[in-house]
Structures are given as structure tokens and as C-alpha cells.
Design a binder for this molecule. Structure first.
Ligand code: ATP
Ligand code: MG
Ligand code: MG
Ligand code: MG
Length: 437
């Protein structure tokens, strides 16, 4: 991709409406544009990152045994009347009427719809366990949409739904998602802490919010620092095995949001280990038993021939919110510092003298070699001064910069700069390619 042809509307000024750094940087780096309160267009650079995040979420869901489907954004109100939530949901639900005066809504979540899909075809315990997920736009008419994509009204969520014969097997399903979430957020360069969350009338210990620590977070959280050093389960995790030892490790150190905070239990943690901070909710997993299957009549025949309502759980990830959360965790005064796994491009080649035949040729050759190795490359071939080029490249935060100019080429060298450390190396073009691939 060549910057001269790329739609990247960089903002020179700091947008006044943006209160937090991730929102400011997403606007300045030309990633998103607000169309109306809490509703954003994803510009090419923003969309690239959104897709990378989505793909990591997808890979980890698949690894954990969940199956992807795609449910619609618009849903019939009648489905929500069955569960009793149509009236209960309140003003956060965007309600729509079609040309036949039928009541519809833009889905804020999908428990009812997935239960409907399930009950239409699954009748026996032999078809369990089952976990279905999709990555789809949601709409919630938030009272105070703010902080850019962090609290939008339209936002992209991954939501998975598990179906099991009984509570014990539902616990396995829950544990699988718990481990999948640990892996998912770690792959994006985030330390997400599972914190006990409210289970409502169901009770029990099967609801966790996954929280990223950030001073701009909307939740107040309390934890034992020991949880920050726990190892992330590996790629070779056997998701068919009993995962409860991992869950025990991760739920033993104290960690709770203010809603669930237990002062006495927190004060039992040695003072030096206690941490109270602010956090961003990037995921939420929840066992809710037969809350929907009972009223919606989603039943299976058990081994003894008796029909029972299925036990369900739901598991959300805020895919679009994650862009904000990752930037909150990875930026400096000059701009974004993308972790390689979600970077829109891996390398930015800075052509210091577009139009100079030797420099253009060297850039084209480097681009071809890096692309051949599977890297996404953005070439800054714009005719502007070096300072502006460096500032743009730092702002958009690609992990590596490859700086190519006529003076260096005369000596047979180019410069490689790592965005995160600022470390620079002067190398031959071939060495530079080898360093990056
Ligand atoms: P919050 O407490 O931030 O309002 P929630 O508890 O209402 O979130 P859930 O119903 O648990 O959200 O949805 C799953 C995930 O979707 C959340 O963990 C969060 O990451 C994301 N999410 C929820 N609301 C929004 C929103 N308005 N904008 C962006 N992401 C959101
Ligand atoms: Mg909410
Ligand atoms: Mg919440
Ligand atoms: Mg939640």
C-alpha cells in the first residue's frame, strides 16, 4: 500500500471533543469518524485493526470448540416477549417498526435468538455440549456514549452461547471460555484480569468480567497484585480436558469490581500486594442456567428419557471497544504503539526522497521482499519533509519503520527503527529485510 493513494485522513489538530488519549489518537490517526453520537464509520486504517482483533477472537473461540454462525442485527420483538425482556430492557433498546407495523428491534444481544435457533433443531442430550458464537454489530442506546469506540451506541461484539445438559457440564463450557479469554487478550498485548462479577438472581461464582487496568477506565477495581504474574495457558491447551486447575489459579488471588467488592476479603491481602485502580471491561462471561431455556421452551431429552431445559451461558467480547483499550495500554507522547499482532501494517517504509530513481527503486524492492514474506507494508511515498513523515509514522504506530534515503543508499545502508523501544539500526537493505521477516 502506498500512502499517496491510501485514504488516511490524518488530523493535525487535537480534536477537542475527545476526552481520552485513545479517542484522540484514533481520530488523529484517521481510523474512525463519528457520524452521529456513538456511531462511527471505520476508515481503512481503523478497519484493518478491527479485522485483526476480530480474527484473534475468532481463532481462540474456534480453538476452544465454539462454532461460528452469523445472526442478523434486526430481530422481531415477539422473540423478546417470550423471555419477558422486551418490556424489561428499557430505553437502551432501539425499537423499530417495519412497513407492516410489525415491531422489530436492533439487537443489543442475542440470547433469545440463539435459543430460538437451538430449540428448532436440538432435541437430545447427545447433541450437547454446543457453543455457538458470532461477531456482529450491536446497538445499545447508551445514555452517555463517550470515549469514542469505547462506549459507542453501535459496536462490534463477539457473543458466544453455550448449551449443556446440566450445571456441571455448563461449568466446563464456562471454563473453556474463561481460558479462551485469557489467551485472546494476551495475544493482543493486554493484561486482562478476570474479576468476579454479579450473577444476579442465579447466584454462584460463574460470572467474570475481564478488565484492563487503565486510569481512564469506567470501573473501579480491586485486586491482589499476584494475579498480574500468572502464566497464560498455552496454545497446546487441551480444551476437552478438565480446566478447573487453571480456573482455580486465576480465581484464588483477590480480584473484584466495586459491585462485588468485599472490603474484609481485600484487607486480608498483604497491604503491599493490594491494588485499587480503574479498569475497562473488555469481556464478560456469564452462566445463567435455564433463565431463557425455561420460558422459551428449549428442552432436550436426557439419558433417562426425561425432557429438561438446557443450561446456558453467554460470553461477550467488546471487539470494537478493544481498539480503544489497546491504545490506552500502548501509546506514548508521539502516538500509538501497536502490538505486532494487531498492527494495521507491520512495517512502514519511509521514502525520504520520492522521485529520486535510486530511492524509489530501493523502496519498491524492499516492499516486494517484505510483502513476499507475508508482511503488510505501508510505503510513505508522499512528497513532504522528513520531519512530517517521521511524525506521521510515529502517530500511526506501526511496529517497525524502514527509513530509506539517497544519502544512506550511497553508503549501501537503510535504517530500521523499532517503534516501541525507539531503537535504531543502520543495516544493508538485505540485512534490514532479514531483521524484519
Ligand atoms: P458496560 O458495563 O461497559 O456497559 P456491559 O456490562 O453492559 O458493558 P455486556 O452486556 O457484558 O456489556 O457486553 C459484553 C461486552 O461488550 C462488554 O464486556 C464490553 O466489552 C462490550 N460493550 C458493552 N457495551 C458497549 C458499548 N456501549 N460500546 C462498546 N462496547 C461495549
Ligand atoms: Mg452496559
Ligand atoms: Mg458491565
Ligand atoms: Mg458486562
Amino acid at each position: 500500500m502506498h500512502l499517496s493513494r491510501y485514504f488516511l485522513p490524518i488530523l493535525k489538530e487535537t480534536p477537542k471533543e475527545a476526552e481520552i488519549v485513545s479517542h484522540r489518537l484514533m481520530l488523529r490517526a484517521g481510523m474512525i469518524r463519528q457520524e452521529t453520537a456513538g456511531i462511527y464509520a471505520w476508515l481503512p486504517m481503523g478497519l484493518r485493526v478491527l479485522r485483526k482483533i476480530e480474527q484473534i477472537v475468532r481463532e481462540e473461540q474456534n480453538r476452544a470448540g465454539a462454532q461460528e454462525l452469523l445472526m442478523p442485527t434486526v430481530q422481531p420483538a415477539d422473540l423478546w416477549r417470550e423471555s419477558g425482556r422486551y418490556d424489561a430492557y428499557g430505553k437502551e433498546m432501539l425499537r423499530i417498526t417495519d412497513r407492516h407495523e410489525r415491531e422489530m428491534l436492533f439487537g443489543p444481544t442475542n440470547e433469545e435468538m440463539v435459543t430460538d435457533i437451538f430449540r428448532a433443531s436440538v432435541k437430545s442430550y447427545r447433541d450437547l455440549p454446543l457453543n455457538l458464537y458470532h461477531i456482529q454489530w450491536k446497538f445499545r442506546d447508551e445514555v452517555r456514549p463517550r470515549f469514542g469506540v469505547m462506549r459507542g451506541r453501535e459496536f462490534l461484539m463477539k457473543d458466544a452461547y453455550s448449551f449443556d445438559l446440566d450445571k456441571e457440564s455448563a461449568r466446563h463450557a464456562y471454563n473453556r471460555m474463561f481460558v479462551a479469554y485469557l489467551r485472546t487478550f494476551a495475544r493482543m498485548g493486554l493484561k486482562a484480569i478476570p474479576m468476579r462479577a454479579d450473577t444476579g438472581p442465579i447466584g454462584g461464582d460463574m460470572s467474570h468480567e475481564f478488565i484492563i487496568l487503565a486510569s481512564t477506565g469506567e470501573s473501579e477495581v480491586f485486586c491482589d497484585k499476584a494475579i498480574l504474574d500468572l502464566p497464560i495457558p498455552g496454545e497446546d491447551t487441551d480444551f476437552t480436558a478438565d480446566l478447573s486447575p487453571v480456573i482455580t489459579d486465576w480465581t484464588t488471588p483477590y480480584a473484584a469490581t466495586d459491585e462485588m467488592h468485599d472490603t474484609a476479603a481485600f484487607e486480608a491481602v498483604p497491604e503491599a500486594e493490594r491494588m485499587s485502580a480503574r479498569g475497562i471491561e473488555v469481556g464478560h462471561i456469564f452462566y445463567f442456567g435455564t433463565k431463557y431455556s425455561e420460558p422459551m421452551n428449549a428442552k432436550v431429552t436426557g439419558p433417562d428419557g426425561a425432557e429438561v431445559p438446557v443450561h446456558m451461558g453467554s460470553y461477550g467480547v467488546g471487539v470494537s471497544r478493544l481498539l480503544g483499550a489497546i491504545i490506552e495500554a500502548h501509546h506514548d507522547d508521539d502516538g500509538i504503539v501497536w502490538p505486532a499482532s494487531v498492527a494495521p501494517f507491520h512495517v512502514g517504509i519511509i521514502n525520504l526522497k520520492p522521485g529520486d530513481a535510486a530511492t524509489d527503486a530501493a523502496c519498491a524492492d524492499l516492499e516486494a521482499q517484505l510483502a513476499k514474506a507475508g508482511l503488510d507494508v505501508l510505503v510513505d511515498d508522499v512528497d513532504s519533509r522528513a520531519g512530517a513523515k517521521f511524525a506521521t509514522m510515529d502517530l500511526i504506530g506501526l511496529p517497525y519503520q524502514l527509513i530509506v534515503g539517497p544519502r544512506g543508499l550511497k553508503d549501501g545502508v537503510v535504517e530500521v527503527k523499532a517503534r516501541a523501544s525507539g531503537e535504531r539500526a543502520t543495516l544493508s537493505p538485505q540485512e534490514a529485510v532479514n531483521r524484519l521477516i
